[in-house]
Design a protein around this ligand. Structure first.
Ligand code: CO
Length: 629
């Protein structure tokens, strides 16, 4: 057994806030404390990767590359680590090899020292290119094996048994891993299983071992201690304010647990206390992101549904957006069934989101009535080989009689030049090209904001303390009801969407209140939505009462609206105006919950108008198109 100090990777600035507050911690709230964190004695700090890259561009209006550059300058002494999803990098599909190479090279250049690389299916084919890119950048390659279990909830069973993990570890050592990490995203690794697993791995491979686990089920602190007893070389922890719950175990009790022993930590406790005080002072303004419906610190049910923390907070916020938060329990019950049908993939990005949003679709629209694009691709074999079998019903619904495909990334045509081309009117910066290559839709929205072509939407701006005061505008918090009606209003050429909601006033009479939200349609630029609205046969509103009961796009008796069943971003139409469609035909692709959902034509007829712009963010029940029957 190793008689050296346990190495600590601090995950506060990545997995901590990803798990507890949907990755919304802003750089400005990291900068003041970063030098103290650098001096605390951590062996590494995980600050980047996966959701941080996505959330900065999608929600925070913040350049992820700039975040890394600033953190590197403030944390010059502690190696910085990132989580990388193999061929999927920090995105949700496999990218071409030239994008993988460029992304890894640029990340290494800007400041990443340790690349923790994994594949959701633990499929070596999916990590090989990224691993080679890390090696050629001369950086530390840490290969992570996703820890998963089947229904019995223990190490063992038909798929996730000791042989499985030992085999994966040897495969990863063979492709050049400098260390190997067991990545337990769901907090499913029980303490004695940790002892067994780490002990066996220590004998099987020669490189250092690391344990990354989540507190979710309440076992993590015990599992970490048993892994240390079994000789694990390093573990991941968070500083207390962003530890526990669905995040990592806290550093503070571990520090004292090991004190005086032969594996004592080399961490400065006073610095840790400074870090804790700092986050105690800045995190209250994020109370909305931090809010939890649960009183308990642990979620014992996670041992049933096996849902990792990040996924849990995403599911809750996605269901809230869809006005369906009351169906969370049904979704939680559906997730294990969907997972079994998918052949027991580990619930880690992107498979956790794929399984989660398919389960949401199954609950909201009926089982496999609406299959997301990624699940279709997964069933076709494009994500690699699942540990188990895909159920016949899912296979049939997803593919019909279409053949299986293989995940051969060498066949993917190069994508980087296309991405450079797509952003060349904005910049010739490789970092911008990579943002676009990773997220063509939300990435382009971000880049237009970054380069000043579009204003930053209010919801992307940092929240000020006063926003949270009791005097804050009540409209911001009010939940929209099912009766809300949306109107397009033009004032001097500028477009506003006005939401009108009937509600009871003090005397009990129904009155109308309107909340105006300016959209990003700029003055003078006429969007398709504007044109469609202009040409639509909108009757003159005769009074406020009448207009409030009309729908946003007035329909004739023979017209049927194609509406968004969930909020999302319109990615593309599968049809054109004037085209004849048959009920059930692929009609429009809506990105919701980060998944592409193909919506079928609700009726047969002729496409009269495509109302929503490509790239537009639409609310639930928004009219996307009109079909004349
Ligand atoms: Co994690």
């Amino acid at each position: 057994m190793a008689a050296s100090t346990v190495k600590i990777t601090d995950t506060t600035l990545r997995d901590g806030h990803q798990s507890l507050m949907a990755t919304r911690l802003r750089l400005e709230d990291m900068m003041d404390i970063a030098p103290t964190m650098d001096a605390a004695g951590f062996d590494a700090m995980e600050v980047w990767g996966g959701a941080t890259f996505d959330a900065t561009t999608r929600f925070l209006g913040e350049d992820p590359w700039e975040r890394l550059r600033v953190l590197k300058s403030l944390i010059p002494n502690t190696p910085l680590s990132m989580l990388l999803r193999g061929q999927s990098l920090v995105g949700y599909r496999a990218y071409s090899n030239d994008v993988v190479d460029a992304f890894v090279a640029q990340s290494a250049e800007v400041g990443i020292d340790i690349f923790r690389v994994f594949d959701a299916l633990n499929d070596t084919a999916n990590v090989q290119r990224a691993a080679a890119a890390v090696k050629s950048a001369g950086k530390h390659l840490q290969m992570a094996i996703c820890y998963s279990v089947t229904e019995e909830g223990r190490l063992g069973g038909p798929y996730y048994n000791l042989d499985y993990y030992l085999g994966k570890a040897k495969d990863y050592e063979a492709i050049g891993a400098d260390s190997i990490c067991i990545k337990d995203m769901g907090g499913l690794l029980a303490p004695y299983d940790a002892y067994t697993l780490i002990g066996a791995l220590k004998k099987a491979v020669g490189v250092p071992l690391q344990l990354h686990t989540h507190y979710t089920s309440g076992m993590a602190a015990m599992s970490v201690l048993k892994a240390i007893e079994a000789g694990v070389d390093g573990v991941d922890t968070c500083c207390a304010p962003l530890a526990l719950r669905t995040a990592q175990p806290a550093i503070e009790p571990l520090l004292f647990s090991l004190r005086g022993g032969d594996r004592e930590l080399r961490i400065d406790f006073n610095k840790v206390l400074e870090i804790d005080d700092y986050f105690e002072s800045v995190l209250p303004k994020y109370h909305r992101e931090l809010q939890s419906a649960r009183v308990a610190v642990i979620d014992a049910r996670t041992l049933d549904h096996q849902i990792p923390g990040g996924m849990m907070s995403n599911l809750a916020s996605q269901l809230r957006e869809a006005d369906a938060i009351d169906r969370l329990d049904e979704v939680l019950a559906e997730i294990p069934r969907t997972r079994r049908d998918m052949g027991y993939p580990p619930l880690v990005t992107p498979l956790s989101q794929m399984t989660g949003s398919q389960a949401v679709n199954n609950v909201l629209f009926g089982r496999y009535e609406m299959i997301t694009g990624p699940v279709r691709d997964y069933v076709a074999g494009k994500y690699g080989t699942p540990p188990g079998e895909v159920s016949p019903i899912l296979r049939e619904r997803a593919l019909g009689n279409a053949p299986m495909e293989s995940a051969d990334y060498s066949q993917l045509p190069p994508e980087l030049d296309g991405a450079r081309d797509a952003v060349k009117h904005l910049s010739d910066n490789i970092e911008d090209a990579l943002i676009y290559a990773l997220y063509p839709t939300t990435g382009m929205t971000f880049l237009r904001i970054k380069h000043g072509l579009d204003p930053m939407p209010d919801e992307m701006k940092p929240r000020t303390d006063t926003d949270d005061a009791a005097t804050a505008s009540p409209q911001i918090d009010r939940e929209r009801s099912l009766d809300t009606r949306v109107f397009n209003v033009y004032v001097d050429g500028a477009h506003f969407e006005v939401e009108v909601e009937p509600h009871e006033n003090d005397s009990g009479a129904a009155v109308q209140t309107a909340t105006a939200r300016a959209t990003t349609v700029s003055r003078g630029r006429r969007s398709r939505r504007q044109r469609a609205a202009d040409t639509a046969p909108t009757p003159e509103p005769k009074s406020q009462r009448e207009s409030a009961s009309a729908s946003p796009t007035a329909l004739a008796a023979n017209e049927v609206a194609v509406v968004a069943p969930i909020p999302g971003v319109v990615l593309r139409y599968a049809v054109e105006a004037g085209q004849t469609v048959t009920e059930g035909d692929d009609f429009v692709v809506l990105e919701a919950m980060k998944m592409e959902n193909t919506l079928p034509a609700p009726t047969s007829g002729v496409v009269k108008a495509l109302v929503a712009d490509i790239g537009a963010t639409v609310a639930r029940d928004a009219v996307l198109a009109v079909i004349s029957t």
